[in-house]
Design a protein around this ligand. Structure first.
Ligand code: NZQ
Ligand code: ZN
Length: 391
């Protein structure tokens, strides 16, 4: 296991009606003037926004609002949010929504206390300081409610890039699984896929002897395989939603990733797809992962065979472990199809003729140096081949 530091100070309020604690929690973590940031309207339609406002009012807190965050959140609204917060002397940002809203809030929080352009953080500068953030999560997926990460798309060039720093870990996150019951089945399935991707990206490691995190990841993957179909079958299954919601947080607050090298090449390649075609992040991952895994399989056949046996219940073929490894990837792909995910380029509107453009942006866009690194280092030829395997 490698040396590591791990700082995860987020306070979690989990369960039914927990959004009523919003006002008290903002106060507890030092907020007095709040920006409520939200998405395209689901929180308005569900009545959640009104309940949150009532909670802030009851706590005697002043607030301003900024809605309109799009899935695959854009830089334009971040600039608007920074300006609004400065003008209104906002000292706390409350994200009400999914990963996109939370990531936009994190970008605003970092940009508010920075003299330069907030996009610097999405070009590799680490976030050291930010306004405090709280979240009320409405979809189990990105894990942004417990992560030190934010992903934003810059309209100019349509670069979708990430930024990190412990300063943008939420001070608190409110997780009420019942709030996710209004999700369309497709979005629920996208969330399940993203959670599983966060586990796989950490599982694909070059570090030896990381049994504790391996076992945690396997347990969370098994949980998703059990609970995913239950929630697709019955969207009102509170218990299944509760298990998925906590698994989503655990998959990405980094407790499963400490002390080990990780992959993230599936995410990096997917971000090009959701930037160009505006598909849901989880859908892009469902298309990317089986192709990526097959391409890098021979780098460590036994790692893929291990997850095949322990998670997907495949029989170990000791004469031909590669066969077992492939069976595990096939089982994962079948699972994705069974929950309604796309697994081919065409299904997300991607086109073969765009591959050079995707590869160019991936390997050279926004300061890229011709390759991406993770479990395996991939150059532009590798990346083109992997995109071709998705067709
Ligand atoms: O905008 P509204 O109207 O709220 O609708 C959203 C949106 O259309 C809807 N939705 C959310 N909760 C709902 C609901 N509809 C009905 N009922 C509810 N309870 O679902 C749609 C998707 O929302 P979004 O926030 O985009 O989903 P998600 O949480 O999957 O976030 C995706 C973004 O997170 C990034 C992705 O790249 C993508 O941009 N990621 C962020 C990470 C992080 N910060 O740590 C890590 C991830 O790997 C990921 O890259
Ligand atoms: Zn993700």
């Amino acid at each position: 296991m490698e040396n590591f530091t791990f700082y995860s100070p987020t306070f979690f309020a989990f369960g039914k009606d927990t959004e009523q604690q919003a006002g008290d929690l903002v106060k507890r973590f030092g907020g007095s003037k709040v920006l409520i940031h939200y998405g395209g309207g689901s929180v308005v339609r569900s009545g959640l926004l009104d309940r949150v406002k009532a909670s802030l009012e009851n706590a005697g807190l002043a607030f301003v609002e900024l809605g309109g965050v799009k899935p695959n959140p854009r830089s334009g609204l971040v600039y608007e949010g920074i300006e609004l917060c400065k003008k209104e002397n906002v000292d706390f940002i409350l994200a009400v929504g999914g990963g996109s809203t939370i990531d936009s809030s994190k970008a605003i929080a970092a940009g508010c206390v920075y003299d330069g352009d907030f996009w610097d953080f999405y070009c590799g500068k680490r976030i050291e300081e930010a306004l405090p953030i709280g979240t009320i999560l409405t979809i189990a997926a990105a894990g942004s409610e417990g992560s030190p990460d934010s992903v934003i798309t810059k309209e100019e060039g349509m670069f979708k890039r990430g930024a990190s720093g412990d300063a943008i870990r939420p001070k608190f996150s409110i997780l009420n699984p019942a709030l996710t019951q209004t999700l369309p089945a497709y979005q629920t399935a996208c969330g399940i896929t993203d959670i599983m991707a966060h586990l796989y990206e950490r599982y694909l490691t070059n570090t030896k002897d990381v049994e504790v995190t391996d076992r945690l990841i396997e347990a969370l993957l098994l949980t998703m395989i059990y609970e995913g179909p239950r929630v697709i079958e019955n969207p009102d299954d509170y218990e299944a939603r509760a298990n998925i919601m906590w698994a989503g947080m655990m998959a990405h607050n980094h407790s499963c990733g400490v002390g080990r090298s990780q992959d993230w090449n599936s995410h990096t390649m997917e971000h090009e797809l959701s930037a160009l075609y505006d598909c849901a992040h989880g859908a892009g991952l469902a298309v990317t992962m089986p192709a990526m895994f097959k391409y890098v399989l021979d780098h460590d056949v036994m790692r893929f065979a291990r997850v095949a046996v322990r998670v997907w219940g495949c029989q170990m073929d000791f004469d031909d472990p590669r066969k077992t490894a492939l069976a595990g990837i096939e089982a994962f792909k079948k699972f994705l199809i069974s929950i309604g995910m796309p697994v081919t380029f065409g299904e997300i509107g991607a086109k073969k003729e765009d591959i050079p453009k995707l590869v160019q942006s991936l390997c050279y866009g926004n300061g890229g140096e011709g390759k991406i690194s993770g479990f395996v280092t991939l150059d532009e030829k590798d990346c083109a081949k992997i995109y071709e395997m998705m067709i």
